[in-house]
Write a new protein. Sequence first.
Length: 253
Amino acid sequence: MINGNKIRQLRKKRNYTLAGLAKKANLSASYISELERGQKSPSLKAITKLATALNVQSSDIIHPREAPVKIGERIKLYRQERNLTLAELATLSGFSYTYLCDIERGTALPSVNSLKAISSILKIPVNNLLGSNNLPGEKLFSLRKEQGLTQAQLAAKAGLSTGFIGQLEQGRVQPSLRTLEQLAAALEISPCYFLSEEDGLAELLRLLTPEVRNLLAEPRVYTMLRALRQCNKKEFQLVLDFIALVRQSGVYE
């Protein structure tokens, strides 16, 4: 995701040494060196810090990649192959037309249970909807490292073998939804984390204003985002309801 060569070019263009950029970005020089060599996958916080230090937008240091076929696009292709309209799929699945429409357009991410139900109606293995582009190896590796877990420790928590974890991280095997659920439970995250599209972060960063990007780098905001990542559906809805209540009160206007 990160464009190490672009970071190096921008750093040299501004006559920054590794140590100089590290000081401005509040990161270690060795960490930036690994980013430039493509040996690390940075967090959103690190990307924001680097972009601010280099005086560029975050999207400028993200490596452009060929867009994969998204989950929604796969669902649409299989639906059309079965000669089903979106309304007919909604009726058969019990999901709303709007929800399915949002999934196919890529504006909503289906839950694990939704994928199971849709694949059952389309009479295909659920992994057909995930595709090889959705292998979670890189995400799994980054999150495991972030939580300070070895492959053996994660394997024990998830009820999987250490060898299998290694193969997943190297992209040699494709996990089932059951496996994703086990990994998500062990890492205390939503299974949807592994199913999100790779280009989603780049698109999101392009839409953010410089003020919001700087805000995301604040330690308290980052802590809050990490906490939200572990919320269940009811807890997250409670947070959204509270935000709506604050806005309606006009306290901060």
